[in-house]
Design a protein around this ligand. Sequence first.
Ligand code: SF4
Ligand code: SF4
Length: 427
Amino acid sequence: MSSKFSKKHIIAKSNQCVSCGLCLPHCPTYRLLKSEADSPRGRIALINGVVSERIPLNGKFIQHMDRCLTCRACEMVCPNNVEFGYLIDGARALIADQSTPFVLNQNSAINFLLKKLLIIKPDRLERLRHILSFLKKTNFLQVLLKLPRLKKNKLLEIIVQLPLVKFPYVETAERMCISNRWGKVYPAKGVERGKVGLFLGCVARLTDVETLNTSIFVLNLLGYSVHIPSNQTCCGAIFQHSGELKQAAVLLEKNKTAFSETGVTTIITTASGCGMQLFESEITGNHYKIVDINQFLATAEGWQDIQIEPLPQEVLVHDPCSLRNVLRGAAYPYQLLSRIPKVQAIPLASNDQCCGAAGTYFIDQPEIANMLLNNKTMAVAESKVKYLVTSNIGCAMHMASDLYKKNINTEVLHPVTLLARQMGWKL
Ligand code: SF4
Ligand code: SF4
């Protein structure tokens, strides 16, 4: 095991839990399954037992760890500051070290292909843009989804509901136009206030292009030059949370090198899941400030010179767990939306509970993920709003796929995209 997750550290941190149980009502799996072993307190006791070698690391232990969403709602409310995120990552690293046998099924195969072939090399994902765009236009994917073996494939469902695949934009002297890749630098409009780096993510650079494009647009208008090193890669969260610590460390090093070449000290993230991973990793020790786009824009200067069209609508706001429980920045999307005249930003019901996306949880634990998802989309259906905003692409795709399936006509988008549209963004 890595020194970060040594047995000594895990035992010391798990001993901080005084078993008060205050976290239990906040834990989505405890609320659904009503089992102590699927509560934060129960999991901490199990981790302590396994690491101290009082109980075996067996299939039951793995199951209770696997069912944890890593939403960290427990950590947010714990009066003793127990670092649950550290403990669950440590438990998963321990499980990965035991080299449990690989069970081949549709979900494990998808997971393997996604992680080992695509997420690890985001430039391969970028090469899929044209193919995916073509498949979407021909409705080929909808036909695939009708095949009995693929009918319940969650990943395919998500891809089918994506709007037409979008392309990055670049600016020539005369106009904005679409491109296969992002430019290296997008200069500030007018006097430069500062320069920032933009983190593209892995899946997001294919599925959340509009958020990345609109973030550049708004930052430029406010006077920030945006640097996008092409050799940046995945944040490593998916690997970290499945115990593959070496792989997560390799990706972190690549990102450090990529951004060190730009000379920026602030890196903006648009997906709070990536933001959380970079924020908690040692990249911050390397003199970078990691800031979520909502926070950066909500507290940025220069708004007095910007024209924003009013939007007299109610907008539902979903709080991603990573933004709420780890980055502690749930208030920023509301502050940002308040820049749009006449908008009413309303919290989505049960915002303190995870939507079930949670990295690859929606593929690995579809039953629990769907129960959590259903609560969210039913709340959206009742509200009959036109827009649901969220600041994490995983949550956005997960919720949008269910809204599409249920024929609920609510668009899911990032707060910065809604703001950019009111600022004149069109492409
Ligand atoms: S994790 Fe914290 S809130 Fe939960 S039982 Fe332990 S001490 Fe109490
Ligand atoms: S991280 Fe979330 S799912 Fe896991 S124990 Fe804590 S509250 Fe429960």
